[in-house]
Design a protein around this ligand. Sequence first.
Ligand SMILES: Nc1ncnc2c1ncn2[C@@H]1O[C@H](COP(=O)(O)OP(=O)(O)OP(=O)(O)O)[C@@H](O)[C@H]1O
Ligand SMILES: [Mg+2]
Length: 434
Amino acid sequence: MEGTIIATPMGRPQRDNQPLLLLTITDISERKRAEERRLQLERQMQQTQKLESLGVLAGGIAHDFNNLLTIILGNTSLALDDLPPLSPAGESLLTIEKTSLRAAELCRQILAYSGKGRFVIDDIRLGNLVGDMFSLLQSSISKKATLNLNLKEPLPPLHGDPGQIRQVIMNLVTNASEAIGDRGGVITISTGLMQCSREYLCEPYLYENLAEGLYVWFEVSDTGTGMDQETQRRIFEPFFTTKFTGRGLGLSAVLGIVRGHKGALKVYSKPGKGTTVKVLFPALAEGKFSAEQGAAPKAGTWNWKGAGTILLVDDEESVRTLGTRMLERIGFKVLVAADGQEALDIYRKRRDEIALILLDLTMPQMDGEATLHELRRIDAKVRVAISSGYTEAEIAPQFAGKPLFGFLQKPYTLNALTQCLRDAMGDGEIPTEP
Ligand SMILES: Nc1ncnc2c1ncn2[C@@H]1O[C@H](COP(=O)(O)OP(=O)(O)OP(=O)(O)O)[C@@H](O)[C@H]1O
Ligand SMILES: [Mg+2]
């Protein structure tokens, strides 16, 4: 109990002349607890706001950056396609293509900080993922550290971006190794499955209302320096570091990715003893998950030829020019519109010839979603594929219940565009939801 005691002398009112003292005891434990709760809530809000503003910034950069990369990548794949076989320029162009794809990957990492960068969605088996990373992890930790695996098998899969989950593991193992330093110690990666209640999933740094249920988890434990309370409170702040050369971004990225996957985080640490970071993700019910969707192009994409007219809608002139060239290369006739309104005008006049509309999502004034809405009012069966620098998973809620014919992630190569259109036009069947 915490509180105050006030003693007030009452004089000597009694006959035996004994002095009287009035003691007032106030218990303020409850008030203190309420204050502590308020402070904690305030900290959570600040943390969430910080992440949100970083997210807005990252989203903005990613959009512009993706448009630039679309031009570089698209032109490169056109040039590659033009090139006679065995041309000496081929290798340089392939290097440009590879480098642009790496730049796009970097863009995804930036988006990861905001929890908005889920690009590739797959069913992930934690055991396989960790197992495949073992030698990479071993070669990247301190020579004095020993890496152990403690994997529970079989585990149900989780739904997420394998690249990002790998990034989480890498960041945590790097921190564990740095905490061990030159003294020597053990790093253990364990996996498992547990039923989690709402209370268990609620943590100060994750202001998220997670549903209770079955979660798959992995844990990175180390026997390193550990952390005091003050450090533990700040580790997820962007740019918080206690290291000389640290950037303080490792755990911010982890937090962003975990938020993006509707997962949870737990940190247990004691100075001098070590640290355990546990990451939990909602488990997919066995039998419900789809087959692995590889990123590799489907067979036959290269030879596939399109026919008919595509209406290309994009506010960036350079993307329209490039897109036209790429679509013509695949075999389509192309109409272009610079904004939603123009797209509607063209569609009203020429809907009979238009086989598919390739619609950019982020446009000023009337964006892709509003344009799609209006297009559907003109023609409920309009065929639309969305192209965007955002992820399919991220835009999915926007289009829930509104079937699309395809999704094209920017930046795209000629091959990716061909694949998207082939899937969208191929069979003329009922479209799938994004
Ligand atoms: N396993 C750990 N043991 C002890 N301290 C840790 C551990 N993991 C994180 N920390 C503390 O949290 C801080 C923030 O970690 P974070 O990974 O975000 O940044 P960093 O490692 O300092 O830099 P970066 O990861 O950007 O290179 C660290 O500087 C360190 O003080
Ligand atoms: Mg780090």
